[in-house]
Design a binder for this molecule. Structure first.
Ligand code: NOJ
Length: 448
């Protein structure tokens, strides 16, 4: 049984849906620039038009209402709200105020992601996330949001998946800006992101205790091969490890431990100290953090087991049935059972599933329908596992399906479709509700 206060939602992000890169005084973001370099995005796709949310937000918000969700998660484009000299762009403010007003008019609750990967290009040109000066720029942006939008929204997420945007974007793994940071720079960037989060959280909550400010994490979840308690213990020990010099040093626990335990993993803190990355007051800021909910974007999991020698292993298990359109996305419904459980055992906080969804190569039938049984079975089986976790005592408070509608899947272009609503790219971006739209609608209705 889902608790009565449970939030059902859907999510989108600015670059993936808005389009209109030259309207309303918008400045270029790293994705505007990156996507225009031939070879960066499949099929030469770009977010220049995306799904035209900029002009069609009323229609999309109405569709979210019809879906039956209560929460509409979307992101602000920093490049619409702040001019290069740091002053406010009132046209950008007007646009987001209209979007927020529409969300309220439809009696939905907005959740704003402040940073969903579209850094202003001029900040990237100044060095991007590895520069400490990015804190001033980010806080200036957040102060503009506070001054102009706080009366219309009280729930904020400072960052979406730094585990992805820093790693993929700054190890040149196919995301903007396509740079390669050194290990030391990766550590600086991760620390700067966290400092931005804590300072923004303080700023937004100052004088507004009702405001919530979270941080969105992502990870490959875990599925134990059997219910041997030794195996679960091994998962608990291994999952949060930060082996020196590896990628794991600057992903998962570098964020989650400071956010929810109020300190860095010891070896990470030592590194930051030894390399003069910490500044006076940084650790105090972490101690005073106010995160009271863990936001998790969960899509898939590794299978975990102990071999005959008791050695721990964790591996992907793609099979023909479970492997979908995207390589990394293997259908593993138990992701939503075991991973929230593991996270709660370590951090003892309520959890919101801020993203979960499947990419399918949908087709439109001649009579205008989209039959997507694979997405429906993904959605319903994951929801079922989430419910099982709740029944077993895991405090999950919300589930936001990714995504409301098909959109630009970053470097993968428009090919992978994550939406509950089909976008007919060949026909004026017509919106068509897929079968899964009705299945999610039904589930919500039955579980309210
Ligand atoms: C992660 C990101 O937050 C979102 O932008 C992306 O489209 C989905 N997951 C699917 O990959």
């Amino acid at each position: 049984m889902l608790p009565s206060h449970f939030h059902f939602g859907v999510g989108t992000s600015s670059y993936q849906v808005e389009g209109a890169p030259h309207e309303g005084g918008k400045l270029p973001s790293i994705w505007d620039v990156y996507s225009h370099v031939p070879g960066h995005i499949k099929n030469g796709d770009t977010g220049d038009v995306a799904v035209d949310f900029y002009h069609r937000y009323k229609e999309d918000i109405a569709l979210a209402k019809e879906l039956g969700v209560d929460t509409f998660r979307f992101s602000l484009a920093w490049t619409r709200l702040v001019k290069e000299d740091g002053s406010v762009n009132l046209e950008g403010v007007a646009f987001y105020r209209s979007v927020l007003e529409e969300i309220h008019r439809q009696d939905l609750r907005p959740v704003i992601t402040l940073y969903h990967w579209d850094l202003p290009q001029y900040l990237e040109d100044r060095g991007g996330w590895k520069e400490r000066s990015i804190l001033d720029a980010y806080l200036n942006y957040v102060s503009i949001v506070k001054e102009h939008l706080l009366d219309l929204c009280t729930d904020f997420l400072t960052f979406n998946e730094p585990q992805c945007f820093l790693y993929l974007g700054y190890q040149n793994l196919g995301h903007a800006p396509g740079k390669v940071y050194t290990f030391d720079e990766m550590m600086r960037a991760a620390h700067n992101v966290l400092m931005c989060h804590f300072k923004a959280q303080k700023l937004l909550k100052e004088g507004h205790p009702e405001v919530t400010v979270g941080f969105v994490n992502t990870m490959n979840g875990v599925i134990p091969e059997n219910d041997d308690p030794q195996l679960w213990k091994a998962i608990q020990e291994n999952f949060f490890k930060t082996p020196k010099g590896t990628k794991d040093f600057y992903t998962q626990s570098i964020y989650m431990d400071p956010l929810y335990l109020h300190h860095y993993p010891k070896e990470v803190e030592d590194y930051l100290r030894e390399h003069n990355i910490l500044e006076p007051g940084d650790l105090d800021l972490i101690k005073e953090g106010k995160d009271d909910t863990v936001y998790l974007n969960l899509y898939t999991s590794n299978h975990c087991y102990l071999d005959e020698k008791g050695q721990y292993h964790s591996e992907r298990r793609p099979t023909k049935e479970k492997q979908g359109y995207l390589d990394w996305l293997i259908q593993e419904p138990e992701t939503l059972y075991y991973t929230p459980k593991l996270i709660q055992e370590r951090y003892h906080l309520p959890i919101v599933i801020s993203e979960n969804g499947d990419a399918v190569e949908d087709t439109l039938t001649p009579d205008g329908h989209v039959h997507d049984p694979r997405r429906s079975s993904y959605l319903l089986s994951y929801l079922h596992e989430m419910e099982r976790a709740i029944d077993d005592g895991v405090d999950i408070r919300g589930y936001f399906y990714w995504s409301l509608c098909d959109n630009l899947e970053w470097s993968e272009g428009f090919g992978p479709r994550f939406g509950l609503i089909y976008i007919d790219y060949k026909n004026n971006l017509r919106r068509i509700k897929k079968d899964s739209f009705f299945d999610y609608h039904k589930f919500i209705r039955e579980n309210r």
